[in-house]
Structures are given as C-alpha cells and as structure tokens.
Design a protein around this ligand. Structure first.
Ligand code: GDP
Ligand code: MN
Length: 396
C-alpha cells in the first residue's frame, strides 16, 4: 500500500527520524491556517506547498512551490488544490490533487550550501537482505544518476537477523562526505530510518532528498513509503491511511467483492481461474495479436454469482471489445461454470461484446453443450489455440 508524503513522514517521525515539519490542508484557507501555525512553531515565514498525490516528480510538474508570505500560501494552494498534476510518473491526464502539504521552508532563504542526498531502504529478495541505497546526488532523478554516474550510488547490505550495525551507519555518513556534527546526525538519521522501516513493516522507503542544512540538521524533505500489505494486520492504525482516490476505481471495486483484478491497457477482457493460467491467457491473447485489458483471477469457486461479479468488473472498462473466459475445471466442474456464465449473461442482459469461453477439465464436453445451446452470443472452445483463433476472429 502506497502512502502520501505527509503520511510517510508522520510514520518516519514516530520512530525518531527528523522531518521537514508540515500540516496537510484541503482548502486555501486551511493552508493559510496551517502556515500560520507552522510559523508559530518554527519561526519561519517561508513555506513550501506540496501537492499530495501518489506519484513522484511533483516538483517538475509544478506541484511543489515556495511561498514567501501568507498571501502567496493562499494563492498557490488555490492553484494546486484541484489541479490535474502531470509528472513524469503519472499518465498524460495526470492525477487530481485533493490536498496539499504546507511545510516549513527548510532551505533557509539565502542558505548558500544546502546539500541534497538520496536515500532508500528496500528489500533485496535475491540476497535475502535489506539494503540501504544512497547517493550524494539527491534531489534529482535517481534513475538518471544510475544511468550516467552509477559510481555515485552506494549500497549497504543489512542482514535482517542482525540489524543495522553502528559501523554501517558511520560508513554511510562517511561516503556522503560528512564530518563533525553532520556526520553524527547522519548516523542517527540512518539508524532511525532503518528502525522505522523494520517496525512499520515497510517494503520501500525512498527519501529524496535528505537535506543537510547549513546549520547541520539532517532532514527528510520528501518521503515515499510503501507498506507491506501482508503485514497490515499488525498495524491496525495504518489501515486508515489508504487513500482509495489514488487507486484505480475498478481495482478498488474488484477488491471489495474479493476478485483479484489488475487493470491493463488492452481491449480483450479476461476471466480466468488461477494466477498462472491468467498469465498464460494473457500471453495467448498477445500471440493472437490482441492486448489483454486486465488480469483477473476469479479463484476456485466460479459459480454464477462470482462469474456475474467478474463480468461486471470487466465491462466497467470501456475499452473492452471482447471477453475471453478461460477456466480449468479441476475442483469446480466445467458444466457448473458454463451454467454460471449463461445465468450471469441472461441476468445482466446488457452484455454487448462477444464472449469466447474455453472450459477444460471435468465435464468439459457437457459445458460446451450448455454454452452452444444457450442461444447467446457466446462461443465455446475446448482447446487453447481454438479459443485464441476465435478471439482473433471477433477482433478483426
Ligand atoms: P518530488 O518532486 O515529488 O520528488 O517532491 P519533493 O518533495 O522531492 O520536492 C521537489 C523539490 O522541491 C526538492 O528536490 C527540493 O529541491 C524542493 N523543495 C522541497 N522542499 C523545499 C523547501 O522547503 N524549500 C525549498 N526552497 N525547496 C524545497
Ligand atoms: Mn522527491
């Protein structure tokens, strides 16, 4: 589960990581109120206004702006809230901004030497270790740094059973070129960050930039946090951090009815049981010259109710021009699935795209008969290739 910057920063801060302080706002007047409060706490009259959407590169898209006074806070918040923010990480339509973070300006006006670093914590599955990736080249596109100057990216491997050792935190501070107070603050920052990563059961932290101010504070200015969904049961309070507005609406709906659905760009909808068969079906569609519109695993119990729920989800996507149902009847009998399809089709009444059904396994012949005798715009197939050819035929 992905979080907004302000939520990620709150989690970091709850484990002792120093952050750029801020308050979230949903209207320009709330933004002004937030800025006023921050000035009381921090003394600075300058604020940065940051669009809260689940996408990086907001600065480049005009979603991060500096305000020198309350009038500017109100004006800029008014511009950003409600805008469709387009960044290198969003689609061309962009993402609608519902809220902004009003944060203290930590790049003190006139500060000559703010240093920006990159730091992330993630899991290296191949090594079975956690990893801290860091670089002196923060604040910019880390992919570009990796491509052009890969020697400027360092990694520190951490054995999860042992944890981050003090010498590792010191090595990181050293490689970032720090000394004195900043060196000490960085070792503290790194160890608090690692603790936060472990204790929050996150699968990714990306802090870009980590800032060193001229008075040697080390601060997380940005935070991308991904929580491990499988560990959410251990963090009941994190469940409320989900922002469904940031997620694909069809996927949200599918999740609510217990379907495993991923929206894709193509035009052939797929309804399959089993993740492996779903992947193979997508390959098959591609080989036949089509593009899958989705990944959908209906699971083991493909009864009429479930099939109908799945049809509804698939048809929510307006680009779907045909549906391929590919079900292997192992635990569930094919004739029951076929009856489920026919019932669902009749029940819905408004399916106006061709459907190709391939049922293989127990009672496949019986299933084919049920489909063929239904009088509906549903074509049956038993062989994989036969199904693919039929998809191709209806698409061309
Ligand atoms: P991103 O573009 O989505 O990665 O958003 P960031 O939070 O990283 O902000 C983008 C850039 O805005 C940063 O790299 C900084 O250079 C700048 N920025 C962020 N906070 C401040 C601030 O408090 N003051 C100033 N002057 N610049 C800031
Ligand atoms: Mn950033």
């Amino acid at each position: 589960m992905n979080l907004h910057e302000y939520q990620g920063k709150e989690i970091l801060n709850s484990f002792g990581v120093e952050i750029q302080r801020g308050i979230v706002a949903t209207t320009p007047s709330e933004a002004v109120e937030a800025a006023r409060k921050l000035t009381e706490e921090t003394g600075t009259g300058w604020h940065v206004i940051k669009a809260q959407v689940h996408a990086g590169g907001r600065g480049k898209g005009g979603g991060v702006k500096l305000a020198k006074n309350l009038g500017e806070v109100e004006e800029i918040a008014g511009q950003i809230i409600g805008m469709n923010l387009v960044t290198p990480q969003t689609s061309a339509e962009g993402k609608k901004v519902h809220q902004v973070l009003i944060a203290e300006d930590v790049y003190y006006p006139g500060d000559s030497e703010p240093e920006e670093y990159y730091m992330s914590v993630l899991l290296d599955r191949a090594k079975g270790k956690n990893m801290i990736m860091y670089s002196t080249e923060g604040g910019m596109d880390i992919e570009a740094v990796a491509e052009e100057t890969p020697h400027l990216i360092f990694t520190e491997e951490i054995d999860p059973a042992v944890g981050l050792l003090p010498f590792q935190a010191r090595r990181i501070a050293f490689n970032l070129g720090l000394s004195g107070i900043a060196f000490k603050k960085m070792t503290k920052f790194v160890s608090a960050l690692y603790t936060a990563y472990i204790k929050s059961d996150s699968s990714l932290f990306e802090i870009n930039p980590v800032l060193k101010t001229s008075d040697d504070r080390i601060i997380a200015v940005d935070a991308k946090v991904t929580l491990d969904d499988n560990a959410l049961f251990r963090h009941k309070d994190y469940a409320a951090l989900r922002d469904e507005r940031e997620e694909n609406p069809i996927e949200v709906e599918a999740k609510a009815v217990g379907l495993n659905y991923v929206d894709l760009d193509g035009n052939v909808g797929c309804m399959v049981n089993g993740a492996g068969l779903a992947m193979a079906t997508m390959d098959l569609i591609k080989q036949a010259g089509g593009e899958p519109a989705n990944f959908l695993d209906v699971g083991g119990t493909a009864d009429a109710e479930r099939v109908e729920a799945a049809f509804k989800i698939i048809l929510r996507d307006p680009s779907v021009k045909a549906i391929l149902v590919n079900i292997f009847g192992g635990i569930v009998r094919c004739d029951r699935v076929a009856q489920g399809i026919v019932d669902a089709y009749k029940n819905m009444g408004n399916i106006n795209v061709p459907i190709i059904v391939r049922l293989q396994g127990t009672n496949a012949d019986l299933a084919k008969e049920i489909i063929d005798n239904s009088g509906l715009d549903v074509q049956s197939a038993i062989e994989f290739q036969e199904a693919a050819d039929k998809v191709q035929a209806v698409m061309s």
